[in-house]
Structure formats: structure tokens, C-alpha cells
Design a binder for this molecule. Structure first.
Ligand code: SF4
Ligand code: SF4
Length: 418
């Protein structure tokens, strides 16, 4: 691996930052949870989540394939889900807001044709959309109807953090969900989380949660303080579900120099497989959700998890070196989650950040200028009126209007050069 001294020192520092992960592997697995073997050769590895045997690869339904009309391409989604089930997959994660409700409906249509005990369905309560006690009831009933599920195997309070937790308390959302648990409409109750680790403390004190979903990947381990969130959950004996293992796809794309580092370590492994193996090697991680919108991505993931091979120390070193190379060019830490959308004036926030990050990674000015130039005027960064609506919803705490202003200025400069 050819690295300058500066690059070596940077990757050594990152390796040190990632080192606690190696220690956590051995010491912090909750008692009585011995690693399970795959059911049969070639099938997906399983782990025990809140007492249930779930496939370690979960199917995240936030970024399903879309047809030309912008709606979910149901034929393709059904093919992907069928293939996942055939490979031993049994964990489906959706939410009220994904695809404006269509994710729940499309998934419900697919799953309702299967025996109810053959899969695990995860759904979530978005308190910021429910807003009132009545709203919580309405959303929950709507979810049951959309998914045709009769009950949810796992149900999470969605995107908790300081603001949403305060609101959840005001509208007595936990009390309502506990009633639903008693009635058998929810089998296991947890939460998903987006905030600083300190904001998790009162949530952990409020209830004996059975699982929690956090943003976890090798870049966010220290950058987003995911390590501290993970450790808090481990200390409480709470099983961990993972979201954003690829950081909105960024760790699958990386940049050329980071990809070269990983190729040198294993010419046949995709960047995505490295990221999945990193996160799945953490012992409290019981399920890793991946949004698989293409057959090629699904097949690559099935290979990675059938069965999962945990990382060794040399492989961890390769990831640290790749991360050092990647962080030199990553511009805006957007995961394309779209929580900031819609913008009231029509700015295409995630699309702009994707174009910008690709330009910073690849250095291809022409592609950036042409891709950005194809956006309608109202969708461009210059249209932002700094109303700050989007920043309140961004789980990555990106200063969106400031980033947009930078991008607008650089686009103007690049166009003037051309
Ligand atoms: S701050 Fe700008 S980008 Fe964000 S919602 Fe307002 S106008 Fe849209
Ligand atoms: S800017 Fe923030 S909220 Fe919007 S898509 Fe990116 S990460 Fe998500």
C-alpha cells in the first residue's frame, strides 16, 4: 500500500480512534447471546434481536426503487423482496413517512400474501407528524391499515432526540404504545435515535427498551459519536439495530484513492461489503438495515452476509486507511435521508449535495456543472431564502443554507471559467 508519511499518520490516528471497537467485540456481548451459525450453508447469518431469530441483513424500505412517475416500482420491489426472502431474509423495516406512506402500503401488499409468522415487520411512530395524542392514535391505526399486518413485531419511536422526546412526552406517545403492547399490537418496543449521545440518557431512563436503532458505520463511529451511543446501549443490555451502515451510499461510492486501498486488501470485495462487515462485527449489533434498490446491490449484500465473516485486525487497518483517504475529499455529510424535504421554495437539497459530493470526490468539474445546470431554477441552491425549516429536521445537523450558499458561489465561479 503506497502511502505518504502524512497519510500514514492520518490513518494511524484513525486506526487509534477505531481501536476501541476491537475491544468491544470481545467484552461487551450481552450474556447468553452466543453468535449463531447460519441456518444452512449459503443462507443469511442470523442473530437474536429481543429474543427473535432475525436475519442479520435487514431490508430497509426507505429508498425503494422508483419508476418514472416517481412512485415505487412495485414489480422491481417485489422481485427484490422475494429474492431476499428466498435467501433467508426475514426482517423488513419501514416507516410512516418513507415514500410518503407508499413504502408501508407496498410492503404490506407483499407481506400480507405470506404467513404472518414467517417475517418480522418493523414500523415507527413519527411524533413530529402525529403532533397530538389523537394524532398518535390516528397514525398508528393508519399504519396497521396500510401494512395489513394486524400487529408489528418491532415498533420504534422514530428519530428520537431532545426535541422529539420532549414532544413524545407532551403527547403521551410512550403511554399509548405501551397500551398497544399490552393489546398485542406491538411485540417489541424500541426507539430510533438521532442526536448527541447525552440526549439519549433520559430516553434510556424512561423505559426498558428492547432494541434501539442508531446510525452506525465506520465513518460515524467517532465523527457522529456513534461509538458513545453504542456504548450506552450496550451498558443497558439493549440490542442494536443499525441504520445508515453505508452513510446514505457514500461508503459504497467512496473516492478513487479510498477504493484503491480496499482493492489492494481484497480485489474482489466491494466497498459496501467492507462497511457492512465492519458494522456487523460489533457484537451488540443484531440487524443491519440496508436499502437495496437494485438487484446487483442485493446480490452483493447477500454474498456479504451468507455467512458474515467478521473483520480481522489487518482488515480493520485497511478500512482505517481507506477512511483517511476518503475524508480528504468528502464535502457535506448528507445521507440523502430526505428528512429536510420538501423545501417550501423547491430547493432539491439532497440532490444538490449528492452532485457536490461527487464533484469533490472525483474532481470532475464538467459533470458537476452539467448535472447542476440541469436542475430547474427553483431547485438550485441560489433559490434558498434561509427560512431554516430544513435545518430543524436534518439528523446530521448540517448547516444546509450555508452549504447551499457555498455551492451556489462555486457553481457561478465554475460557470464563469467555462
Ligand atoms: S433554508 Fe433554504 S433550503 Fe432550507 S427549507 Fe428554507 S429555503 Fe429551503
Ligand atoms: S441534508 Fe440532512 S436531512 Fe436533508 S437529506 Fe441530507 S442528511 Fe437528510
Amino acid at each position: 500500500m503506497n502511502m505518504t508519511r502524512r497519510e500514514f499518520l492520518k490513518s494511524a490516528a484513525l486506526l487509534a480512534a477505531l481501536a476501541p471497537f476491537a475491544r468491544l467485540r470481545a467484552q461487551d456481548a450481552p450474556a447468553g447471546d452466543a453468535p449463531e451459525k447460519p441456518r444452512t450453508a449459503g443462507s443469511l447469518t442470523r442473530r437474536t434481536l429481543a429474543g427473535e431469530s432475525v436475519s442479520l441483513l435487514g431490508f430497509g424500505c426507505m429508498r425503494l426503487p422508483r419508476g418514472e412517475n416517481g412512485k415505487i416500482d412495485r414489480a422491481l420491489a417485489n422481485r427484490l423482496w422475494s429474492r431476499y426472502v428466498e435467501a433467508g431474509g426475514n426482517y423488513f423495516d419501514t416507516a410512516y413517512m418513507y415514500h410518503d406512506g407508499e413504502s408501508e402500503a407496498a410492503l404490506g401488499e407483499f407481506l400480507s400474501k405470506r404467513p404472518r409468522s414467517s417475517y418480522f415487520l418493523v414500523d415507527k411512530m413519527p411524533v413530529w407528524m402525529a403532533r397530538t395524542e389523537d394524532g398518535v392514535k390516528r397514525v398508528f391505526e393508519e399504519q396497521l391499515e396500510r401494512t395489513k399486518a394486524e400487529y408489528f413485531d418491532f415498533y420504534l419511536m422514530h428519530a428520537l432526540g431532545r426535541g422529539n422526546w420532549e414532544l413524545a412526552q407532551r403527547i403521551r406517545a410512550l403511554e399509548f404504545l405501551l397500551e398497544k403492547k399490552k393489546e398485542g399490537r406491538i411485540r417489541h418496543l424500541g426507539f430510533s435515535f438521532h442526536d448527541e449521545p447525552e440526549a439519549m440518557d433520559p430516553i434510556l431512563e424512561a423505559y426498558d427498551w428492547e432494541l434501539a436503532m442508531i446510525q452506525l458505520n465506520y465513518q460515524d463511529w467517532t465523527r457522529y459519536r456513534s461509538k458513545e451511543q453504542y456504548e450506552k446501549l450496550v451498558a443497558k443490555g439493549i440490542d442494536v439495530a443499525v441504520m445508515e451502515p453505508l452513510r446514505g451510499g457514500a461508503l459504497a461510492r467512496l473516492n478513487d484513492s479510498a477504493k484503491a486501498v480496499l482493492r489492494q486488501a481484497d480485489p474482489d470485495a466491494s466497498p459496501a461489503s467492507w462497511a457492512f462487515r465492519w458494522v456487523a462485527s460489533l457484537p451488540a449489533v443484531k440487524v443491519v438495515n440496508s436499502g437495496m434498490g437494485r438487484e446487483s446491490d442485493l446480490e452483493d449484500n447477500l454474498r456479504t452476509f451468507s455467512p458474515l465473516r467478521e473483520l480481522d485486525d489487518a482488515e480493520r487497518g485497511a478500512i482505517a486507511a481507506a477512511l483517511a483517504a476518503f475524508q480528504r475529499t468528502q464535502a457535506v455529510p448528507c445521507t440523502a435521508c430526505r428528512y429536510c424535504m420538501p423545501c417550501p421554495v423547491g430547493v432539491s437539497i439532497p440532490e444538490i449535495f449528492a452532485l457536490w459530493n461527487a464533484y469533490k470526490a472525483e474532481g470532475n468539474k464538467r459533470r458537476f456543472v452539467s448535472g447542476y445546470g440541469n436542475l430547474p431554477d427553483e431547485a438550485r441552491a441560489a433559490s434558498c431564502v434561509r427560512c431554516m425549516r430544513c435545518t430543524k429536521h436534518c439528523p446530521q445537523q448540517i448547516a444546509i443554507p450555508d452549504e447551499l450558499a457555498k455551492i451556489a458561489a462555486e457553481y457561478d465561479a465554475l460557470k464563469a471559467e467555462a
